[in-house]
Design a binder for this molecule. Structure first.
Ligand SMILES: Cc1cc2nc3c(=O)[nH]c(=O)nc-3n(C[C@H](O)[C@H](O)[C@H](O)COP(=O)(O)OP(=O)(O)OC[C@H]3O[C@@H](n4cnc5c(N)ncnc54)[C@H](O)[C@@H]3O)c2cc1C
Length: 402
């Protein structure tokens, strides 16, 4: 699958921070994590911290799946609003999903500080009503979030104008958000687990999995076989090689990083900004005072069509920034496109799948893929240790049945 193209900022800034060997001999391990992106890296980190031996294996050069294309906003705010999610899956599960995403931001902070403090920055987040018609539900959303204990404020049009300088009919301000560099964090996680005895191999595609009563044999494209008691599938959107296509809807998405400015902030507290409109629009800033703007998704997976639109989308995203912040001299420097996927309820799939014994899925589907990756890491780590996880049902493959 062609997951991204163009010039993702993190890849330009960080290049290849670390290299890993190809697998060249048969090995045996208690757990194999397939996929060395942010989901696989966080899961392997959780496993190693729990005292489990594991091997991570990736078809590509590590990190060059969706992870290198990520704009790395960390938000508890799932693509599906809390009020809508409550109607879909019940209030208790919806609130719990939001709580878990918020807790994941805290967990990612803790992990980042252990590895390299510069990987994590607290941010505030602003969800703007794009149109007047969005105000009623967004205000109800703000109340629902406050009622469950999330630190939010309602900003009316006057407050948006005062803080942001542009006109929008309302917004939810949230205290809990952050940003990272998913690509660099992934490499830091791999380096850490290698220092603890784990093995990471890249350029090693798993081309077939054969299950037995006691585990599985993973046949890699180069010939070597990995014998493993358990498998974690952390293959991102390419997981459709193992699952029926209807479980996820694929989109093409676009991002642009502007030239760096001499000083910041670019706007109020350099908060994360996103909007209610579909396709959505989001913005953040970087430590070297760039603005990153992204969104303008297309509801298809077609790399050829996706890539043909990069220039047009870049111009549109530039106009989006200028419309809100005419004082900024936003000049696109790097633009890229990627694939991302969403599910029926906006929640990822995590845990076991009946058709694949000894296997656990750690997927980060959805606009907030990274926070979901952390939730997946925690749940999968528990399940592999034979423990029940109280939240596993919310993300299970069986949740749409009955
Ligand atoms: C432009 C863009 C912006 C985004 N912005 C954000 C954001 O701001 N915040 C956020 O939370 N999320 C964001 N996302 C989503 C986020 O980037 C993804 O959820 C996340 O990177 C997925 O990580 P992953 O490890 O699950 O998948 P990947 O990074 O794709 O890693 C999966 C790996 O599995 C490997 N693999 C697949 N099949 C096999 C096989 N058979 N054998 C061996 N290896 C295999 C692949 O090579 C790949 O490296 C964005 C995505 C895009 C495209």
């Amino acid at each position: 699958m062609d997951l991204s193209s163009g010039l993702p900022l993190s890849l330009i800034q960080n290049g290849l921070p670390h290299v890993y060997p190809k697998l060249r001999r048969d090995i045996r391990t208690p757990v194999t994590v397939i996929g060395a992106g942010i989901s696989g890296a966080l899961t392997a980190y959780a496993l190693v911290n729990a005292g489990l031996e594991c091997v991570v294996v990736d078809a590509r050069t590590a990190g060059l799946g969706s992870t290198c294309a990520s704009t790395s906003l960390l938000q508890y705010e799932i693509d599906v609003p809390l009020t809508e999610l409550s109607a879909k899956i019940g209030k208790a599960h919806a609130q719990r999903a939001y709580e878990l995403c918020a807790a994941s931001i805290g967990a990612l902070e803790e992990i980042s500080h252990k590895l390299d403090g510069s990987l994590f920055r607290h941010k505030e987040s602003l969800l703007l009503a794009s149109y007047k018609k969005d105000v009623t539900w967004l205000e109800a959303e703000c109340k629902a979030r406050r009622a469950m204990g999330l630190e939010v404020e309602w900003w009316d049009a006057a407050a948006v104008k005062k803080h942001m300088g542009f006109e929008k009919p309302g917004a939810i301000w949230s205290a809990t958000a952050a940003q990272t560099d998913a690509y660099l964090l992934t490499h830091s996680l791999h380096r850490h687990i290698i220092s603890k005895g784990a093995q990471v191999y890249d350029r090693t595609p798993v081309k077939d999995i054969r299950f037995s009563k006691t585990g599985a044999e993973l046949l890699t494209a180069g010939g070597p076989v990995i014998r493993s008691r358990n498998i974690v599938i952390a293959t991102g959107y390419e997981t459709l090689q193992y699952l029926p296509a209807h479980v996820v809807q694929l989109y093409s998405t676009y991002a642009v990083a502007g030239e760096h400015a001499e000083s910041g902030p670019a706007w109020y507290h350099d908060c994360l900004i996103w909007e209610t409109k579909t396709p959505y629009l989001y913005m953040r800033t970087t430590t070297d005072n760039r603005v990153i703007v992204g969104g303008r998704d297309e509801a298809y997976y077609n790399p050829h069509r996706r890539d043909k639109l990069i220039k047009t989308k870049t111009r549109q995203l530039q106009r989006d920034v200028h419309a809100r912040f005419p004082h900024l001299d936003f000049q696109p420097e790097f633009a890229w496109a990627g694939t991302f996927g969403n599910t029926q309820d906006g929640l990822p799939y995590i845990g076991g799948y009946r058709k694949m014994p000894h296997t656990f899925f750690a997927l980060g589907f959805g606009g907030n893929g990274i926070t979901f990756s952390q939730t997946a890491a925690e749940i999968v780590c528990s399940l592999i240790q034979g423990k029940k996880h109280p939240d596993a049902g919310i993300f299970s493959f069986d949740r749409f049945k009955g």
